[in-house]
Design a binder for this molecule. Structure first.
Ligand code: SF4
Length: 321
């Protein structure tokens, strides 16, 4: 079912020298992704006509209204940026994820300095930049992260899992076929149970379609519920349950020593001594050996291309916020 995800990336992350100071930033994760995803780049500041290099801009919050301001020129760029963002939302579809430059008054998501007025007075709480905010508010079936947070391997793993899950769903949505939706829901079962059991069951009810709704309505309802399910993070207890559930499908075929080895490995994973991928590889090897097709097709065992993973990852949610 794997599909090539489509992502939007801030152009200064390795594509063009478009930062205010005429530079760009090398991002090894974005580089690594290039072979596995389709990338669309944006630079909102250049696209509203600001040159390179340019005087820095900042976000002000005055009486609850956001203002994009360039102190050096005293230009108010709010109208231009708001129009650019509105256009972007109207014209951009079929996107599974965003990787945006952190701290930028345009691209930043959640970590941008906000000034209370035209002076140097900062508000205590950081928020999103103009473009970052519009992305967060409008692209609910996409995973949105900034490049700074993605340096954390657990956040990166969470991002990749969601990116490929959204991309796989996009294919189902475009096929408009009930069989494809049933297959998608079934193949993602153990993964989604690790995210949120309650929401997985709500998704199941939608797939059940007792009310005989149209395929368009079913897909739309499923997409809304899926977005809520994937807005959370994997919990260790739920992940252990999913792994035990998967193990239940093969344990009777294993020797006593093999069963013990798996359960010991699960304890090591629980204690953060080994990566999640060690457990999922073990399970996949059992699924292949005993020809357990249901298990082999579970996305949990292979949620994104192996080349994008790293050995140090455990799949925990401790650093995710
Ligand atoms: S952060 Fe966004 S607006 Fe700023 S240079 Fe990078 S892409 Fe352009």
């Amino acid at each position: 079912m794997k599909v090539k995800p489509r992502i939007v990336v801030s152009r200064c992350l390795g594509f063009e020298n478009c930062r205010y100071n005429g530079q760009m930033i090398t991002d090894s994760f974005v580089d690594q992704l290039k072979d596995y995803v389709e990338i669309i780049t944006v630079c909102p500041e250049v696209e509203i006509g600001l040159g390179v290099p340019r005087a820095p801009i900042r976000v002000l919050k005055i009486s609850n209204d956001y203002v994009l301001y360039q102190p050096e020129t005293k230009r108010d760029l709010t109208k231009e940026m708001t129009e650019y963002c509105k256009n972007f939302v109207e014209k951009t579809t079929e996107i599974d994820g965003f990787i945006l430059k952190n701290r930028s008054p345009s691209c930043g998501v959640g970590d941008v300095k906000i000034y209370s007025d035209y002076s140097e007075t900062l508000l205590p709480k950081r928020e999103s930049g103009f473009f970052g905010r519009i992305v967060r508010d409008n692209f609910h079936s996409s995973v949105v992260e900034d490049e700074g947070r993605l340096r954390n391997l657990k956040i990166r793993e969470d991002f990749l899992i969601k990116l490929f899950a959204f991309a796989n769903f996009r294919k189902v949505r475009n096929e408009k076929n009930m069989g494809s939706l049933v297959e998608y829901h079934s193949h993602h079962k153990l993964l989604f149970l690790a995210y949120n059991q309650y929401r997985y069951r709500l998704c199941g009810k939608i797939v059940g379609n007792l009310e005989k709704l149209s395929i368009e309505q079913v897909l739309s309802d499923y997409e809304k519920e899926l977005s809520k399910l994937l807005s959370g993070h994997i919990k260790i207890g739920s992940m252990i349950n999913s792994l035990q559930h998967a193990f239940g499908g093969v344990s009777e075929d294993l020797k006593v020593e093999e069963r013990k080895y798996f359960l010991d490995s699960l304890d090591e994973y629980r204690d953060e001594r080994i990566a999640l991928s060690v457990i999922t590889h073990l399970l996949m090897s059992y699924a292949v050996r005993f020809e357990k097709e249901y298990l082999a097709k579970q996305v949990l065992l292979n949620p994104f291309p192996l080349e994008l993973t790293t050995a140090s990852r455990t799949g925990r949610d401790s650093n995710i916020s």
